[in-house]
Design a protein around this ligand. Structure first.
Ligand SMILES: Cc1cc2nc3c(=O)[nH]c(=O)nc-3n(C[C@H](O)[C@H](O)[C@H](O)COP(=O)(O)OP(=O)(O)OC[C@H]3O[C@@H](n4cnc5c(N)ncnc54)[C@H](O)[C@@H]3O)c2cc1C
Length: 263
């Protein structure tokens, strides 16, 4: 790969590098190969590097990207590895366009082939539970890369159901899977995503678990995920069979929220 860097990645403060190293996260200097529009509200950034040996994401895992703000200072943003093609050394990251002026949305809109970005990972406990009889995935559009990343590793005929809130029907996507997958898309009819989504909370409140040991994945806006988890736990669904994580919330910059009994 020739390095024709149009925008070199700014150097992160050494303490971030050290922090990531202490967390056991590998560092990768990635190069943008292209950006494209997947749906009106989702852009794909495709990345590569000369050497990706040891980059081995499981479906649903993410990387921490170091993205510049308007002053050039780097901030951490978590993005799921939507797909990784080791033979072609191509990594796909799908970014929800919840606007066009935040570090991540500007990156997805403005990156050019050859631009560099620093990434740490892959990381995250958001991976498939192999022993489940069935799986339910419930979340907003930020969860699509993680849900589809996991669903696409399911074996043929494995049972999976997904309930996903999107801004409009044009934001639907297709998962490449032979699993027995049923997706219910909940459209906001053009409205922006809000905290405590009534549609998603109601979807969980009315969910009747099928027989067998199921595993439920709740990802998206933190207050929605928290309300959904509480509703399941109150009805006796085993906590150990719920994975819940807050991917964003109003006024939070980057980061992630644990959603458990204490949070
Ligand atoms: C493990 C993990 C994996 C994730 N994977 C993905 C992924 O694959 N694709 C993806 O698009 N997102 C993903 N996210 C969510 C993403 O990291 C956040 O949305 C992030 O805050 C976006 O950064 P930003 O620079 O655009 O906005 P920030 O600078 O972080 O935030 C600026 C403002 O935008 C608001 N905001 C941030 N995200 C949203 C949103 N989605 N909708 C409405 N308002 C928002 C914030 O509340 C804040 O007020 C993931 C999060 C986690 C924790």
């Amino acid at each position: 790969m020739s390095i024709q860097t149009q925008t070199p990645a700014p150097a992160p403060a050494m303490d971030i590098r050290e922090l990531m190293r202490r967390r056991g996260l590998k560092e990768w200097r990635l190069e943008v190969t292209r950006t494209s529009e997947l749906t009106p509200r989702m852009r794909r950034v495709t990345l590569t590097a000369d050497d990706l040996e040891g980059f081995e994401p499981k479906g649903g895992q993410d990387v921490v990207l170091m993205l510049p703000d308007t002053e050039g200072a780097l901030g951490r943003r978590h993005y799921t590895v939507r797909s990784y093609d080791p033979a072609r050394r191509l990594i796909a990251i799908d970014v929800v366009m919840h606007g066009d002026s935040t570090p991540a949305t500007r990156w997805a809109l403005g990156s050019l082939p050859g631009d560099e970005v620093l990434a740490f990972g892959p990381r995250g406990r958001n991976v498939l539970n192999p022993g489940a009889d069935w799986r339910l995935f419930v979340g907003d559009e930020t969860a699509i890369p993680g849900f589809f990343g996991m669903i696409e590793t399911l074996p043929r005929d494995a049972k999976a159901r997904a309930i996903i809130e999107i801004q409009s029907d044009a934001d639907r996507q297709t998962a490449a899977t032979e699993a027995d997958l049923q997706i219910e898309w909940l459209s906001r009819n053009g409205a922006r995503a809000q905290p405590s989504s009534p549609r998603l909370i109601e979807a969980i409140a009315s969910f009747q678990p099928p027989p067998g040991a199921g595993h439920i994945y709740l990802l998206g806006e933190t207050s929605t995920v928290r309300a959904q988890r509480q509703s399941l736990v109150a009805r006796g669904f085993p906590k150990a069979n719920i994975f819940a994580e807050g991917y964003w919330r109003p006024d939070r910059i980057g980061g992630h929220d644990h959603v458990d009994d204490n949070h």
